[in-house]
Design a binder for this molecule. Structure first.
Ligand SMILES: Nc1ncnc2c1ncn2[C@@H]1O[C@H](COP(=O)(O)OP(=O)(O)OP(=O)(O)O)[C@@H](O)[C@H]1O
Length: 295
């Protein structure tokens, strides 16, 4: 199950350059949060600080009520470039965190790794090296590795970077499904507004060295706070058309009962891969979509 991540008064600088200061937020357990912001705002630095890879100047991070230092192993990270070793196969890359743990028998490693490989849609690619598969599959391999120790917190650094809109939409659907399955707490750093509109429960915006806002998705997306609306409106349509207004969430915790990404794929004429038609209640989102569009 997911755990609560509480950040209090976090400040980070490199030398005399303050990246952000006095950042406080709570990632609700088991939910998906997105951190938006312009390039260079410090989103990746924030994620790496949460992951324990960078040390903050001030402030504290608590995971499930305990100091993050001791809880670091409970977080899995999908790095922007996947951070895969080019000389290892996909299988061995994913197995790495398990093998680093003392005394995991190979039969158990195999069972866990093949389960994750299947779960992220990589069956058949396990013997290949990262250079032999597409960027989208490398992301999936990085995701499988982030999940291999069954973390309670999963941090995604720009999962959409370097991907076209269609693979991004598939990956977003997978992220939503995995969140529902694992119940882990997810934080996604991105500047992709389509991801922000469709995937999370909560959104934060980082800009001008601070966290401008953090809260329920609809609150941020409809905010008239000048920095927020300025950021949202500065982005024109890039790639696929915007999500039709009737598919936009109407409030509350939408994601698990309202399969928006699937409907969005259908709206754009994309046939999702097998197995992704049903939401967690077993409803076929395509029927839902047709109903929504019915005259
Ligand atoms: N290890 C580091 N040492 C010094 N400066 C760094 C380091 N890592 C990041 N920075 C600086 O911190 C600032 C924020 O970088 P960061 O990568 O977090 O931005 P971002 O919001 O994730 O941007 P993007 O969306 O383009 O990835 C940048 O000015 C970057 O140069």
């Amino acid at each position: 199950m997911g755990v609560e991540v509480v950040v209090e008064g976090l400040t980070k600088s490199f030398g005399s350059q303050v990246i952000w200061q006095d950042v406080s937020l709570t990632l609700p357990p088991g939910e998906i949060s997105v951190l938006l912001g312009p390039s260079g705002a410090g989103k990746s630095v924030f994620l790496k600080t949460l992951a324990g890879l960078l040390r903050p100047d001030r402030g504290r991070i608590r995971i499930d009520g305990r100091d993050a230092g001791a809880e670091r192993r409970r977080a899995g990270v999908l790095f922007q470039d996947g951070a895969l070793s080019g000389s290892l196969t996909v299988y061995d890359n994913i197995a790495l965190p398990l093998r680093e743990r003392a005394a995991t028998p190979e039969s158990r490693v195999r069972r866990i790794v093949m389960d994750k490989i299947e779960r992220v849609g990589l069956l058949g690619a396990e013997g290949k090296r990262p250079g032999e598969i597409s960027a989208a599959l490398r992301k999936r391999a990085g995701l499988a590795r982030a999940l291999v120790l069954d973390p309670e917190v999963v941090l995604f650094d720009e999962p959409d970077s370097g991907l076209d809109p269609v693979p991004t939409a598939y990956l977003n659907q997978l992220i939503v499904d995995l969140n529902a399955e694992t119940g882990a707490t997810f934080l996604i750093v991105t500047h992709d507004l389509d991801t922000a509109r469709t995937v999370p429960d909560d959104i934060g915006l980082m800009a001008g060295r601070e966290l401008v806002m953090f809260g329920p998705r609809e609150m941020l997306l409809s905010s008239d706070q000048p920095v927020v609306s300025g950021f949202l409106n500065a982005r024109g349509p890039d790639g696929l058309p915007p999500i039709p207004p009737q598919l936009m969430p109407t409030g509350g915790r939408i994601r698990r009962t309202q399969p928006v990404p699937g409907a969005w794929l259908a709206a754009n004429g994309v046939v999702p891969p097998p197995g992704s038609f049903l939401d967690e209640h077993g409803r076929d989102w395509r029927a839902e979509y047709r109903r929504l569009l019915a005259p």
